[in-house]
Structure formats: C-alpha cells, structure tokens
Design a protein around this ligand. Structure first.
Ligand code: UDP
Length: 314
C-alpha cells in the first residue's frame, strides 16, 4: 500500500524529531533533512534502520533535489532559541528566507502540501493580550531578536505568496513556547536553563525581575495540534500553544520545588526586547481543528525532568 511521504526540514531538532515520530506513527514515510547545526543526530537515532525513515544531511538554504513522489513538506529548520539565534544570526535569517523559498519551490515542484513552522515571535513584544492570529505584532526589526522575528515574518509572507500566486497548498502554524524531552540542555531557553541549574545545585538565573510571562506547551500537545492543522484546510496562520500563563519568577519557584533543589533565585539583566507577556489565544485552533492541549504543566514537567536527569547523569 502507498504511504504518503513527508519531508521534515529540521527533523533532527527538538520539535522536528517529535514530528518525525508522529508522522511515522500515522503511517507516513519521512525524509528528515537537517544540517545539524542546532539539531542533534541523537534525536533521531532510534529511527535508524526504520524502513519508513531516511536522513539527508543538507543545508536547506541551498537547492535540494529529492527524487520520487513527495506529498508533504514541513519546514522546521531554524535556530529557535534566543541564545541560538544570537549566536547564528545570519544562518537564522537565511533559513527563514532562502530556506523557506527552497522548501516552497520543492513543494511546488512535487505538488506537495507545505507547512511552515512560524512562531509567536511574529507578535514581538505584544500590545494585544492574549495574542490572536489577526494581531500584526510589535517587532523591532533591528534588535537582536529581529533576525528570528523578521525571518519568520518574511517566511509567512513568502508562504502566502506561493499560496496565492502559485496555488501551493500551504499551512502556517504559530508555535508558542514548547518544552519536553529532547530539548537541548545548553540551548539557553528558560526551562533547560532552570532545570540544569537546579540539578547541578546552582542558583536559578531569573532575567529582569521575573514578572515577564510565558505560557508553556508540552511537546506532544504541540505535535498533535500541528498534525491536525496539516490535515485541515486552513491556509491562514493558526496559533498552537498552551494558554496556561505564568511569570518567569513563579516558573523558577516551580522548578525549585519540583526538583527539591536547595538553591535560590538570583536576578540577572533582562535581555533586550524580551517580550513582557505572552499567551496564545487558541480559540481558532479549538474551533477549526477541534484541538486543545491536554497535558498540564505539572505532568509535562515531571516527564521532562526525568529526561534531563538521564541526560545529566546517564
Ligand atoms: N529567562 C530567564 N532565565 C534564563 C533564561 C531565560 O529568566 O536563564 C527568561 C527570558 O528572559 C524570557 C523567558 O525566560 O523572559 C523565556 O525565555 P526563553 O529563552 O525560553 O524563550 P523566549 O520565550 O524569550 O523566546
């Protein structure tokens, strides 16, 4: 029987690798494309030898030829944590712009459906709260986050242009903060930073006064929302995330309690343009995809903590 074939760029990354797993579980063949600059081969090593999985080491900002039929192309390649895109600003801009162009070209050639992984960063430091899909954002193009925010905004524009001009069947997911196993301990994001510090018995570094908020979604919920969007008919952007909002200070306290660490919170300078609030409005996803997150933070954090414990002391 024919199996639909999906290309996942960034398939060796945190989200990409979970997506590869889900697509294979749904009966797809998956071609994972990754240049491994922020992805990690360990995230997909369990799929080696699986007849429905193949890996191509490639930088998607360069032209890619893939033989045979391809039905879906999911573009997840990009540095995605503030530390990563500050270290790799040009690569971040290139993969969002040139990479998205190559992916759309591939989808057009193969008559495949294309899904773009976009981000809540397109809303910048938002003045609408919670963020709805029709909010256009408050973004500083020349600040340190501009390389990611503007690349993803360009990627959305390019995706809509291919949809409107070339008739490519496209989807855009705006991903809010997500956590779970396979996050990199050193990616600088708040969760691995706090968990790593707590497990090593170091003080937790809260940036600013910790009153800024985020809303954390467990990875299986996120992947479920993305899969439902891929299978839907919606061409306009859809937010996927968990609306349970928390201040970063409360989050640090939660991690200290959960790990039982005998450490305290110390305060460091707030990075430039750090969004003060963030919470997805998910009414659209609920309405058109019948999707809502199921895993609450206490449950998701337990699983994630177990994963990090193994990474730190295997
Ligand atoms: N943060 C923090 N301490 C850290 C790392 C991050 O207080 O060691 C804060 C950061 O300033 C931001 C929030 O946690 O307000 C989330 O940061 P992250 O890098 O995870 O992602 P963002 O949502 O900012 O893209």
């Amino acid at each position: 029987m024919y199996k639909p074939t999906a290309v996942v760029t960034g398939g060796a990354g945190f989200l990409g690798s979970h997506l590869c797993d889900r697509l294979i579980a749904e009966g797809f063949k998956v071609i994972c494309v990754d240049n491994l600059i922020t992805g990690n081969i360990n995230n997909i090593s369990h799929l080696a030898g699986n007849e429905n999985f193949s890996f191509v080491k490639h930088d998607i900002t360069n032209y890619i030829f893939l033989p045979g039929r391809i039905d879906y192309v999911l573009h997840f390649a990009s540095p995605a944590s503030p530390i990563d895109y500050l270290k790799l600003p040009i690569q971040t801009l290139k993969v969002g712009s040139l990479g998205t162009h190559k992916v759309l070209g591939l989808a057009k050639e193969k008559k495949a459906r294309m899904l773009l992984a976009s981000t809540s960063e397109v809303y910048g430091d938002p003045s609408v709260h919670p963020q709805t899909e029709d909010y256009w954002g408050n973004v500083n193009p020349i600040g340190p986050r501009g390389v990611y925010d503007e690349a993803k905004r360009f990627a959305e524009a390019m995706t809509m242009a291919y949809h409107r001009y070339h008739g490519v069947d496209t989807r855009i997911v705006r991903i809010f903060n997500t956590y779970g196993p396979r996050m990199r301990l050193d990616d600088g994001r708040v969760l691995p930073a706090f968990v790593g510090q707590a497990l090593r018995g170091e003080d937790l570094t809260v940036f600013g006064d910790g009153s800024q908020t985020r809303s954390f979604c467990y990875v299986s919920d996120l992947v479920d929302g993305i899969f439902k969007l891929l299978m839907s008919n919606e061409n306009n952007p859809v937010n996927i995330g968990n609306p349970a909002e928390i201040t970063i200070k409360q989050f640090a306290e939660e991690i200290i309690k959960l790990t039982g660490a005998k450490t305290k919170i110390i305060y460091k300078e707030l990075p430039e343009d750090d969004p003060k609030i963030r919470q997805p409005n998910i009414e659209k996803a609920k309405r058109i995809l019948g999707w809502a997150p199921k895993v609450d933070r206490s449950e998701g954090l337990k699983i994630t903590l177990d994963y990090f414990k193994k990474v730190i002391t295997p």
